[in-house]
Write a protein that binds this ligand. Structure first.
Ligand SMILES: Cc1cc2nc3c(=O)[nH]c(=O)nc-3n(C[C@H](O)[C@H](O)[C@H](O)COP(=O)(O)OP(=O)(O)OC[C@H]3O[C@@H](n4cnc5c(N)ncnc54)[C@H](O)[C@@H]3O)c2cc1C
Ligand SMILES: C=Cc1c2[nH]c(c1C)Cc1[nH]c(c(CCC(=O)O)c1C)Cc1[nH]c(c(C)c1CCC(=O)O)Cc1[nH]c(c(C)c1C=C)C2
Length: 487
C-alpha cells in the first residue's frame, strides 16, 4: 500500500506516525512545502545574558496542551509513544496558573470564575457581576430545536444574555480562536456539544452536570476511539497520572513534538519526508483506482493543509474558510517579581472600549515553572480586527513590541522596557469555522466519496478542530481508517 500525506504540520506528522506503526509495510510519502516541519508549532530559544540559563525559550505559536478529554488522551498517547513523558511540565488544576484566568475590563483585571462558588463570588467584581444571574437565566430558557447551526454569540446570548456573552464568552473566543463569536459556528467549535446538551436537557448548566454523571459527553464512535487508545498500558497510566493537571507544557517547547516526530519518521524505513515539495496536483488516476499527488500514484492521500488550497486543487464544492491573524509578542524581564497577579493570563472582550492596538490577551508564561527565572509574558494582538482592517497590523516587529509594552504598562503596571523581546506575525493562523462549516465539510466529503472513491482523507485544523489535541486525535483516527481499508 502507498499513502501520500500532504502537509507537515502536527496533523500530517501525527497521521504519518500512527500509519507507519499500524501498517509497517505501507510506503508513506509526506509532502511539506517548506524546509521545516511542525507548522504553527514554533518554539525558539534566544541567547541572552539576562537569564541564568543563557537563553530564553519563547513560544511563537501554541504553548499548552490539554491532557484531558479524548483529544487530551490522544495527545498523551503520542507523547508516550515518542517517549516524551519526562519532558511534560504539568500545570496542576489547583495551581494559580490553572485556576486564575482574568478578563481585562474596562481597565482592570477581573478573575474568571473557575467553579460554582467562584461564580457566585463574581458579584464582587463589577465586570463579572452578571455571571450568577446569567447562569440562573439559563435554567429558565426554552430549548430551540428548529436550528441546525448558529453562531456561538447567538447561542450564548439566547441562553445567558448579552452582557455575559459580551464580557466573558467573547473574551474566551478571543483566547482560543482569536475570532468574533458572532461569526463562529457553535456546532463546529469546541462548544459544539452544548447544542446537544440543550436539545436533550434544555438547561445547559443542569445538562452538563447530568451528561457528565451519565457519561453522555462522548458519542459511541468516540467511546471506541477512547477504548482503542487506552489499550496501551503506558498511555493509560500516564493519562491517569495527569488527571490532576489542567494543562501541560513541554520542557523544550511545544515544537519538540514535531522534532521528535521528525526523528521517528526519519528512522522509519517506510517513510519518506519530501521537504520543499509543495502539493500542486491532486486527482483520481486515469485507471480510476488510485490517487495522484504531484504525478505520483498512491492508494490513498491524507490532506492536512488548508481548505482554501483544497478548493484550488480539486473541483469539489468550494469550502472557503476565513482565518484570523495574530501578532505574537514575547517579552522577558530579568526581574522575576514584575507580576502582581498569579495566573495563566488575561483575555480582553471583543470591542473593548480603548483597545487601539487590538490586544487579544496576555499569557503569564513565567507562571508555568520556567527555568529562566525572570518574568516572561506573551502578548497576542489582532484577531477579527486585523481581518476587518489589515491597515491596523503593525508594519514592523518593533512597532508590535511597542504596542505590547504599552499594553502591559496599562494592564499590569510594568513601566520598564523588556530585557528581551521577540515579535512574530502569524498570518492566517487560526481557521474561523463560520456557521454552516459542518454542512460544507459534509458536502466536500460526499464529493470525495463519489469522485475519488473515498481515497482522500481530510484532517487538521482546517476541518475538525483547531487544538493540537484535535489534530493528533484526527491523525490517529485517519490512520486507523486507512489501516482497516488495507486489510
Ligand atoms: C498563535 C497560536 C497559538 C495557539 N495556541 C494553541 C494552544 O495553546 N493549544 C493548542 O492546542 N492549539 C493552539 N494553537 C492551534 C494549533 O497550533 C494549530 O491549530 C495546529 O498547530 C494546526 O496544525 P495543522 O497541522 O492542522 O496545520 P499547520 O500547522 O498549518 O500545518 C500545515 C503544514 O502544511 C504545509 N503546507 C501548506 N501548503 C502546502 C502545500 N501546498 N504542499 C505541502 N505542504 C504544504 C505548511 O507548510 C505546514 O507545515 C495555536 C495556534 C496559533 C497560531
Ligand atoms: C489571547 C490569544 C490566544 C491565546 N491562546 C490562543 C489565542 C488566540 C490560541 C489557543 N489557545 C488554546 C487553544 C486550543 C483550544 C482548544 O480547543 O483546546 C488555541 C487555538 C488553549 C486555550 N487557551 C485558553 C483556553 C481556555 C484554552 C482551551 C482550554 C485549555 O487548553 O485550557 C484561554 C487563553 N488563551 C490565551 C490566554 C491569555 C487565555 C486565558 C487567559 C492566549
Amino acid at each position: 500500500m502507498k499513502v501520500a500525506i500532504c502537509g507537515g504540520g502536527i496533523a500530517g506528522l501525527s497521521t504519518a506516525f500512527y500509519l507507519s506503526r499500524l501498517i509497517p509495510t505501507c510506503q508513506i510519502d509526506l509532502y511539506e512545502q517548506g524546509s521545516r516541519l511542525g507548522g504553527w508549532l514554533q518554539s525558539v530559544k534566544i541567547p541572552t545574558s539576562s537569564s541564568p540559563t543563557g537563553n530564553v525559550l519563547f513560544e511563537q505559536g501554541p504553548r499548552t496542551l490539554r491532557p484531558s478529554g479524548l483529544a487530551g488522551l490522544a495527545t498523551v498517547d503520542l507523547l508516550k509513544q515518542l517517549k516524551m513523558e519526562e519532558n511534560i511540565k504539568p500545570i496542576l488544576k489547583d495551581s494559580p496558573s490553572a485556576k486564575n484566568k482574568y478578563i481585562y475590563y474596562p481597565n482592570r483585571l477581573n478573575a474568571i470564575p473557575s467553579g460554582a462558588f467562584q461564580a457566585l463570588k463574581s458579584v464582587t467584581q463589577p465586570a463579572l457581576r452578571v455571571v450568577p444571574f446569567a447562569l440562573l437565566r439559563d435554567l429558565f430558557q426554552k430549548r430551540k430545536l428548529d436550528i441546525e447551526d448558529e453562531s456561538i454569540g447567538s447561542f450564548m446570548e439566547r441562553r445567558f444574555g448579552k452582557m455575559f456573552t459580551h464580557r466573558l464568552m467573547s473574551s474566551l473566543i478571543n483566547g482560543i480562536y482569536a475570532g468574533d463569536l458572532h461569526s463562529l459556528s457553535l456546532r463546529s467549535t469546541m462548544f459544539g456539544f452544548l447544542a446537544d446538551v440543550e436539545r436533550k436537557y434544555g438547561s445547559i448548566i443542569l445538562g452538563i452536570i447530568l451528561a457528565s454523571i451519565r457519561g453522555e459527553l462522548l458519542t459511541e464512535k468516540q467511546k471506541l476511539l477512547r477504548a482503542s487508545l487506552l489499550k496501551n498500558q503506558g498511555t493509560k497510566e500516564l493519562f491517569q497520572s495527569l488527571r490532576s493537571s489542567s494543562m501541560i507544557s513541554l520542557e523544550n517547547g511545544i515544537e519538540s513534538i514535531a522534532s521528535n516526530l521528525n526523528a521517528f519518521l526519519d528512522a522509519s524505513s517506510n517513510v519518506s519526508i519530501r521537504f520543499n515539495q509543495p502539493v500542486t496536483k491532486l486527482a483520481l488516476s486515469d485507471s480510476g483506482d488510485k490517487i495522484d499527488v504531484n504525478n505520483c500514484r498512491y492508494d490513498y492521500a491524507v490532506f492536512a493543509m488548508s481548505s482554501n488550497q483544497l478548493s484550488q486543487l480539486l473541483p469539489s464544492p468550494p469550502m472557503s474558510t476565513p482565518t484570523s491573524s495574530v501578532y505574537v509578542v514575547n517579552l522577558f524581564y530579568q526581574d522575576a517579581s514584575m507580576l502582581n497577579h498569579k495566573g495563566f493570563g488575561y483575555l480582553v472582550p471583543l470591542h473593548l472600549p480603548n483597545n487601539p492596538n487590538h490586544i487579544l490577551g496576555v499569557v503569564f508564561d513565567s507562571e508555568q515553572n520556567n527555568p529562566e527565572q525572570g518574568t516572561k509574558l506573551t502578548v497576542m494582538m489582532g484577531g477579527s480586527s486585523y481581518a476587518k482592517d489589515p491597515k491596523c497590523i503593525p508594519t514592523t516587529p518593533d512597532e508590535a513590541v511597542s504596542y505590547a509594552t504599552e499594553a502591559v504598562k496599562q494592564s499590569l503596571g510594568i513601566h520598564i522596557s523588556p530585557d528581551l523581546a521577540n515579535a512574530t506575525l502569524q498570518q492566517n493562523c487560526i481557521p474561523q469555522y463560520k456557521v454552516g462549516h459542518q454542512l460544507h465539510l459534509d458536502n466536500v466529503q460526499s464529493w470525495i466519496k463519489e469522485n475519488l472513491q473515498g481515497r482522500l482523507y481530510l484532517t487538521g485544523s482546517w476541518f475538525n478542530g483547531v487544538s493540537i489535541g484535535d489534530c493528533i486525535l484526527n491523525g490517529y483516527k485517519t490512520a486507523q481508517e486507512i489501516s482497516l481499508k488495507g486489510q
